[in-house]
Design a protein around this ligand. Structure first.
Ligand SMILES: C[S@@+](CC[C@H](N)C(=O)[O-])C[C@H]1O[C@@H](n2cnc3c(N)ncnc32)[C@H](O)[C@@H]1O
Length: 222
């Protein structure tokens, strides 16, 4: 796995534009689905916040929240901080595997398309659990591997022909090839559910959509 901080620093200026192109604008709808699915209040942390899409949606829809957002890429964070016009969000530079927050502090934690970039998913989930209060909610949105052979073939073609080609047009072939590989190597919803259970979370809901290619996992800390 490449140094993800370096990778995201190098694509930060084209990240939102390419995201819109490769998801055909759909990522905005998916993010709303994550934010509007359950009541969000209290201390909220968005991990792998990137340019802050999730935390600013939470700011818009859930007024009774204290907002924190974190990412290891300082350049992605710079773009998020520019959007922080109401100054409601506290941003910080952290890897998910090493969060600089107190134990049992957060009521709600979100990770949108970030968990697959961590060096160790187990360490990342252990850290999430450490900073969550008992009974707090974790919501993870991630691409999921399809078990349908036809869909799987279609996705592989899209991931390894179209996405790297679009990356190439922006001079970022290597970075987008990595992103495609990380999506292709990620788990089926069933496999990731097992990982969450093994990490000590209780599953509340598994919501798979977009032809089974995106999943929102909602889990709680017992
Ligand atoms: C695909 S972007 C997603 C950004 C945003 N959450 C969204 O949905 O648009 C992945 C983000 O994960 C961050 N990241 C990479 N490695 C990470 C790690 N080990 N821990 C936390 N975040 C990481 C990257 O810097 C990047 O901003």
């Amino acid at each position: 796995m490449p140094d993800t901080k370096k990778t995201f620093n190098s694509i930060s200026h084209v990240y939102n534009l390419i995201n819109n192109i490769i998801s055909l604008g759909k990522h905005k709808k998916w993010k709303k689905r994550l934010v509007l699915g359950h009541t969000i209040k209290g201390n909220v942390l968005d991990i792998a916040t990137g340019t802050g899409d999730i935390i600013f949606l939470i700011e818009e829809y859930w007024k009774e929240s204290a907002l924190y957002a974190t990412d290891p890429s300082n350049k992605m964070l710079d773009l998020a901080i520019k959007k922080n016009v109401k100054k409601n969000v506290i941003f910080s530079e952290n890897y998910c595997e090493d969060l600089h927050f107190d134990n049992n502090f957060f009521d709600f934690v979100t990770i949108s398309f970030g968990i697959r970039n961590t060096k160790s998913i187990n360490n990342a989930l252990t850290e999430c659990k450490r900073v969550m209060k008992k009974g707090a909610t974790l919501k993870i949105m991630e691409f999921s591997k399809s078990e349908n052979i036809f869909l799987s073939l279609l996705t592989t073609t899209y991931l390894f022909l179209i996405i790297p080609f679009i990356g190439l047009l922006f001079g970022k072939f290597k970075e987008y090839y990595y992103l495609s590989s990380s999506i292709s190597n990620f788990y089926t919803p069933k496999q990731f559910e097992e990982i969450l259970l093994d990490s000590g979370f209780r599953i509340k809901e598994i919501d798979t959509f977009n032809l089974g290619l995106v999943t929102i996992y909602t889990a709680t800390k017992p």
